[in-house]
Design a binder for this molecule. Structure first.
Ligand code: XMP
Length: 513
């Protein structure tokens, strides 16, 4: 078992960020519900425990509270914000309801630089606050380590028990030295080494996959996206030809997408690849359909039908592999006011019916996306795949407004390839969340040479985002936009006008349908 830090989640929107920061220190971390029984926590042999922040007050009737036994495990504890108030609540300090929320930047003055958390850090630090209640008396035997303008108890410590409380949030980027505070906690206080690396994870995962799969066969739906690609490479490393990857070309893919998958997995990795070229079937079913939700349903249903048939052709397999990630399996804490509880994936990526009689192999399910990318690189996947931008399951169909036809797909594919090419050439591609073209069936008049034209429109959509839930349009240099527009209009037949989408999300969405 890896050395690990357990994070108890009290409903903070930053809980996953805490977990990621710890892993960035090469230490494994897991997120558990706030009320996990202490026996379960103990069984994991944690090197340390973090009590997350949360939207509640310890005085709320509904306040989430941990199992008291957590404080008796003899393991170091770090409370963050609400977590610190819990320390006070359980161990004899005092928390007062704040008249107003303290929100935003503050300056922390370290009064006791011998505290391990501040080893190597200056005496004055910028920190990020976001709390209503605050500590007005430290719990018994706790010393005050640091203060801010608004709080005399911004950091408290029980040196013997190795309990710490921070009123601010070390995990967010607005606390610029916060990573070092977290690193000091996991390494200096909890004594963790640095053995959580993707190189080590490969060995561990390979062994687990072999143990689970035995001599049986595994099937994997390979989309060419990051998650399914990394899962495929990893499982292939573990069980070789016992893995069959099914790649469905639905005719709604981007330029060269099918070729890249065949090159990388078929030719380089020598994975058993079953290529299903079913563009016709999809286009036939989409004929005459222009309502976005109906398009999505048709595509989803057709995919399942085709995939089910393909699995039968692939031979008898007991296992189905999926690229499920850690954020998909963390049980969210249903606390009012916690946006993380609401932000659950609204897109069920490649959702397959429950009645498919397979056992699941999910080798990425304890990893965050950034770890999956690192793992992909370790496994030798090309950057083009590992840092691929997200692409919706229904593909180009949600980027063609109105009816999806072969001609429109071809036009969009050509325009999109130009957008991607220019983004890559100018080094913008890997800096943004998504950059793509959208086909608008809006004809307008233009003039090319001496001729009048009357053709369709391409919109360019380039957004910056952390998770796809909110997004800003990217202020690209005019010269770059000019180049894309001029190339699209000149090189793509059927397009005589290019527009740039300057809508953020909300109120817009990233995709147009
Ligand atoms: P929207 O358009 O809702 O998109 O702002 C948010 C993010 O989700 C992606 N997206 C999808 N992904 N299946 C997917 O796997 C889908 O049906 C789907 N629709 C949108 C979109 O590309 C963006 O990154």
């Amino acid at each position: 078992m890896n050395e690990q830090i357990v994070i108890l989640d009290f409903g903070s929107q930053y809980t996953q960020v805490i977990a990621r920061r710890i892993r960035e220190c090469s230490v494994y971390s897991v997120i558990l519900r706030y009320d996990t029984p202490v026996a379960e926590i103990k069984a994991l042999k944690p090197s340390g425990i973090i009590l997350s922040g949360g939207p509640c007050s310890v005085y709320d009737a509904e306040a989430p509270l941990p199992d008291r036994g957590v404080f008796k495990l003899g393991v170091p504890i770090l409370g963050i914000c609400f977590g610190t108030q819990l320390l006070a609540h359980f161990l004899g300090g005092k928390v007062e309801r704040g008249q107003k929320r303290e929100y935003g930047k503050g300056t922390l003055t370290v009064l006791d630089p011998t505290c391990d958390l501040f080893d190597g850090l200056p005496k004055s630090l910028q920190v990020w606050n976001s709390h209503g209640d605050k500590l007005t008396r430290a719990p018994r035997d706790f010393a005050t380590v640091a203060a801010t303008e608004n709080s005399d108890y911004a950091v408290i410590e029980h040196r013997k028990k190795r309990f710490f409380g921070l009123q601010f949030h070390p995990e967010v980027v607005h606390t610029p030295r916060g990573r070092e505070i977290i690193s000091n906690f996991v390494h200096r206080v909890c004594g963790c080494g640095r053995d959580w690396t993707m190189r080590n994870y490969i060995d561990q995962a390979v062994e687990e996959i072999r143990k689970q799969v035995g001599n049986e066969h595994v099937i994997l739906g390979l989309s060419g996206g990051v998650d399914s690609s990394v899962a495929a490479a990893l499982i292939h490393k573990a069980v070789g030809d016992q893995l069959t990857c099914i790649f469905v070309n639905n005719g709604l893919l981007r330029s060269r997408e099918a070729e890249v998958v065949q090159e990388v997995f078929g030719r380089n990795f020598k994975v058993r690849l079953q290529y299903e070229n079913v563009a016709e079937a999809f286009l036939k079913r989409l004929k005459g359909v222009s309502e976005p939700e109906r398009k999505r349903k048709i595509i989803g249903k057709t995919f399942i039908e085709i995939f089910e048939k393909a699995t039968k052709r692939a031979g008898k397999a007991k296992f189905l592999a999926q690229g499920t990630l850690y954020p998909d399996v963390i049980e969210s804490v249903p606390i009012a006011g916690n946006p993380a509880a609401l932000i659950k994936s609204h897109h069920n990526v490649g959702g397959l019916p429950k009645n498919m009689k397979f056992q699941l192999v999910e080798p990425l399910k304890c990893l965050f996306k950034d770890e999956v990318r690192l793992l992909g690189l370790e496994l030798g996947l090309p950057r083009e795949i590992v840092y691929r931008q997200p692409f919706p399951g229904p593909g180009l169909a949600v980027r063609i407004l109105g009816e999806v036809t072969r001609k429109r797909c071809d036009i969009l594919r050509a325009a999109d390839a130009i957008v991607v090419e220019e983004m890559k050439a100018s080094d913008w591609y890997y800096k943004v969340w998504q950059s793509f073209a959208v086909f608008l069936p809006v004809k307008s008049v233009g003039v090319m040479g001496d001729e009048r034209t009357y053709e369709d429109t391409i919109a360019i959509r380039i957004v910056e985002s952390q998770d796809g839930m909110t997004a800003d349009w990217v202020k690209l240099p005019y010269e770059l936009l000019e180049k894309m527009s001029s190339r699209i209009v000149n090189e793509v037949n059927g397009v005589n006008r290019c527009v740039f989408d300057i809508t953020s999300k909300p109120p817009g969405t990233i995709e147009w349908e």
